[in-house]
Ligand binder design. Structure first.
Ligand SMILES: Nc1nc2c(ncn2[C@@H]2O[C@H](COP(=O)(O)OP(=O)(O)O)[C@@H](O)[C@H]2O)c(=O)[nH]1
Ligand SMILES: [Mg+2]
Length: 223
């Protein structure tokens, strides 16, 4: 079992989140690291999907992962064990978000030099994480089929700040009244520029498209 480093990061005392976020974006861009922030409600499939994506991407890219949770190192350990990439666990002192200053402090203890791709699995929550720029170049969110197609109406900010919305667990579509066209319409009415990809970590549906999106956005960001 790989050993996972745990970093305790408590609430930021700095109000100026956006300038810290800009510094992170520039610093990582300068060193050639594309940084993505992955958000969703608990249980919508972040760790499972990231593990599947990292296993497909790691042949061509050097990848690092950071997991934020209130307690346990379970997710970082799952990713490290299933992919072999370096994964660290951030404990954020019980908050429902992670902000740019907290990311910046975590990055002081995580040597990201040489990484092509850095992935942040944010804390499971559809409200707080959307309010804080983490310094990631792009935001990705997951909406799983069992959560329902009304979530864009209930949590509009999360859908508005996400560059890519993944509709996950599409293999369960037959068991839920999830109208995918209505979900897409609701997402696009909040965020006309969003990319939307239906995926299933179970069947592999959509994974190639997600990888294509990541590679394209990485090249655009780092050029
Ligand atoms: N049917 C199905 N279940 C999934 C899929 N992805 C994840 N799950 C299950 O959903 C649960 C939560 O997944 P997890 O990756 O821990 O979600 P997280 O809390 O967002 O990181 C687990 O029981 C997974 O096995 C999927 O594509 N299809
Ligand atoms: Mg998880």
């Amino acid at each position: 079992m790989g050993e996972v480093k745990v970093i305790e990061i408590n609430e930021s005392i700095f109000a100026d989140n956006d300038s810290t976020a800009q510094e992170i974006k520039l610093r990582l861009k300068d060193q050639g690291t594309f940084f993505i922030n992955v958000m969703s409600a608990p249980g919508s499939g972040k760790t499972t999907l990231l593990t599947a994506l990292i296993n497909r991407l790691k042949g061509g890219l050097s990848i690092g992962e950071m997991d934020v949770d209130i307690k346990t190192s379970l997710d970082a350990q799952r990713v490290a064990d299933a992919t072999g990439v370096q994964s660290i666990q951030i404990h954020n002192g019980g908050l429902c978000h992670i902000d740019a200053d907290m990311v910046s402090r975590a990055l002081k203890e995580y040597d990201t030099a040489g990484l092509d791709l850095l992935i942040l699995e944010n804390i499971g929550n559809l409200v707080c994480p959307a309010e804080f720029d983490t310094g990631a170049h792009k935001n990705i969110m997951l909406l799983s089929v069992p959560e329902g197609d009304d979530k864009p109406l209930k949590y509009p900010l999360m859908f508005s700040v996400s560059d890519l919305v993944l509709i996950t667990k599409t293999d369960t579509m037959d068991f839920f009244d999830f109208d995918i066209e209505l979900a897409k319409k609701r997402i696009l009415s909040l965020n006309p520029g969003a990319s939307i990809i239906p995926v299933s970590a179970k069947t592999g549906e959509g994974l190639d498209q997600v990888i294509e999106w990541i590679n394209k956005e990485k090249d655009k960001t780092l050029k």
